[in-house]
Design a protein around this ligand. Sequence first.
Ligand code: FES
Ligand SMILES: [Fe+2]
Length: 326
Amino acid sequence: MDSMLPGAPWLVAHKSMLKPNQPMRISLLGQDYVLWRDENGTIQALPNACPHMGAMLSEGWCEAGKVVCPYHALAFDGAGCTVLPGSNKPTLPQLKPLELIIQGDFIWSYGGAVPAIPIPTIANEIAQDYEFLGISADMSIKTDLLNLLLIMHDYNHQNGTHRSLFRIESVEFNQFIDNGLQSHAYYDMPRSQPSFAEIRQNPAVLFMPKTINAHLENHFPTLVVFRGETPIGSIRQVHVMIPESPTQSRTYVLLYGKSNHPLFKLMKQNVLDLTTTVLEQDGAILEKLYSDRPQKIKLNNEVGLDWVRRNFASFPAVAEPKLSRL
Ligand code: FES
Ligand SMILES: [Fe+2]
């Protein structure tokens, strides 16, 4: 359980993921839940196993604000009550609802744990200033939360994991600002030019600047915000990390943007696809780690890794911030 940081808030979904009356399955802290939104926009969540014979409620449908089991069609309301055939009054709750905290388009949950740290407001701030462009890379990776966080805060892995995609020549680290559970990392990545084959495969690489000036704003443990400036517009990516179980983690990216050029709109799908490719590359590496081995070699610019490991070890207490460097 500790490996999943109980007490942290998790951004389990963005409203656009929930089609009205279409149940969705999520996993959080070792439990499966069904999440649904009715035609009035009310969003509710229950454990996914039907209390009758264990069918997945997420495979069912919705009716009059309730989720209906696909096996014998018992309908459950948001409190977990159902009306049995031949009866005309609801039962006592048969399932304990998952508590959701909905802020704008963002659906958060502490997964039933006692809240230990507040919900970050950064996603709402970005949603206010930028246009929502879509979701990419929603995937479940066979890795634990710690390893997923480590790759997200690893400023060297572009050289290997994303080598072909970005053609990064080096990572020039500028600054790390340690504010405890929040931090900022600033670094530049000069790139060599993509080949024609690469451009044909993903034209979005054409709009990547000669040097990527990265600014990551990190909110431990769940969000990393990447700010990217391109000649045709600004991009904001909200990377989300969620512990599904001790050995399985989910990630997805919410893409926001501000356009300076008509081409920006056309490139939207390419940027979403590029992001998916990036996260697939991360997932492929994470699923091929001997992650129980102690780290015997340390590279430069591993301050993000130090920050993750320190916060992980002291969570939910906030360790004294002392990793800042110029
Ligand atoms: S298993 Fe759900 S109604 Fe029977
Ligand atoms: Fe990566």
